[in-house]
Unconditional design. Structure first.
Length: 403
């Protein structure tokens, strides 16, 4: 038994990892179904980008408020309530045929999935603290969800039809609810207020937003936030136009799901190596380099003429993502401090959702003017430029590289 296991028992570790596995990959599962469904309904690339980007609108506005509630009352209750929006809302997509209603539904379930993932991160920070062993295991669990959910969603879509595909997504979100309920009550809200939440607590507080944005002034926090924005922008390409592009050149939903699975499998493996890697290299530089390489692996998609090459590059991208994710979590946990895990995670969520909302919309607009293939190159170049600017900033501030 490792020293980490002696500190916190598996009856606490297990549900935290399980809730993260399901909650973090709701978006991955949706990415196999929603773009293909919209394309089959005849919507343009620009419209598809708009619909996909709509899921980020409410998290941008309310993530910090949600994070503050998780700090105040514990993450589990808020997380479960928000995930139930996905459980109920996902099966409704095939019923809704009016574009404004589709956008509104996407906003609601996008908020639910985002807050569910924010809750899983906050649970991790509140219960398992800053530990590379725990962070690696948590990231491993996320990737297990990544390489099981998407291919099953693709198989359900291909063999059972549209309604079953969206119902599967709702059931996947329900898995996170079940895992959160398995967490012992005392462990689910360490340091939380003993009083019950009141109706007034639902109203956002300006002070919570000020406190969250103050965290962004911490130098290490600001750099990690910038890198995670680049990383999530690249991921939003993979969650939206990557499956759409592959579908337009003849790949099935099952094949696309398999590529996502390959990426998740290699990410799972590499996440467990982070303790070894950081013995020999600066965590900050490992984060920056891995983020840049993940951008490249997405941007080159139109240059890959066969499924074999797509699989090789998907595996490489998984390696980079598996290394960067536990580093992001442990570095942000350390920067935020024990009483601000929800706000710290929410600040990252807010920044990421801005990037994730803008990227598909911008990429859709670029695709209309240049074609879908060229949009990969243009967006990729912009993200690499942003990564280079962050790297220059860190090179000029050597103390940041020691974080």
């Amino acid at each position: 038994m490792s020293s980490a296991d002696k500190k916190i028992p598996w009856r606490i570790q297990g549900p935290v990892y399980g809730s993260g596995m399901f909650a973090s990959t709701v978006t991955d599962v949706v990415s196999i179904i929603l773009p293909v469904w919209l394309a089959g309904a005849g919507y343009s690339a620009a419209t598809i980008g708009l619909v996909i980007g709509a899921k980020h609108i409410l998290p941008i506005i309310f993530a910090i408020h949600g994070g503050a509630l998780m700090d105040r009352f514990g993450a589990r209750g808020v997380m479960i309530a928000c995930l139930m929006l996905c459980v109920v809302g996902m099966p409704l997509f095939p019923v809704v045929g009016w574009l404004p209603a589709i956008v509104a539904l996407q906003m609601v379930v996008g908020f639910g999935s985002s807050m569910g993932w924010l809750g899983a991160q906050t649970l991790f920070g509140q219960t398992l603290r800053r530990d590379h062993v725990y962070a690696g295991r948590f990231a491993f669990a996320l990737r297990v969800g990544g390489f099981t959910g998407p291919p099953v969603a693709g198989l359900v879509w291909d063999n059972l039809g549209v309604g079953s595909g969206f119902l599967f997504i709702g059931l996947w979100a329900a898995g996170a609810v079940v895992m959160a309920l398995m967490l012992p009550g005392g462990a689910a809200a360490p340091g939380a207020s003993k009083r019950k939440a009141r109706l007034a607590d639902v109203v956002p507080r300006v002070s919570d937003y000020v406190a969250a944005f103050r965290l962004a002034t911490i130098p290490a926090m600001s750099v990690v936030l910038m890198i995670t924005v680049v990383r999530i922008a690249a991921s939003s390409v993979q969650d939206s136009f990557y499956p759409l592009y592959l579908a337009t050149i003849g790949y099935s939903a099952t094949q696309i799901g398999l590529l996502v699975t390959i990426s998740a499998m290699t990410a799972a493996a590499s996440s467990l190596t982070i303790g070894w890697i950081t013995r020999y290299a600066s965590p900050m530089w490992v984060l920056i380099v891995s983020a840049g390489l993940s951008v490249v692996s997405v941007a080159v998609t139109p240059l890959l003429p066969s499924f074999t090459l797509l699989a090789v590059v998907a595996a490489f991208r998984g390696l980079t993502m598996g290394v960067s994710q536990p580093l992001m979590m442990s570095m942000l946990i350390g920067a935020a401090g024990p009483g601000s895990q929800g706000k710290g995670a929410a600040l990252r969520t807010t920044a990421n959702r801005v990037a994730a909302a803008v990227t598909p919309i911008a990429m859709g607009a670029v695709a209309v003017g240049t074609g879908l293939a060229w949009s990969f190159y243009i967006i990729g170049a912009a993200l690499l430029l942003a990564t280079a600017l962050v790297a220059i900033h860190v090179a000029r501030r050597p103390e940041l590289a020691r974080e």
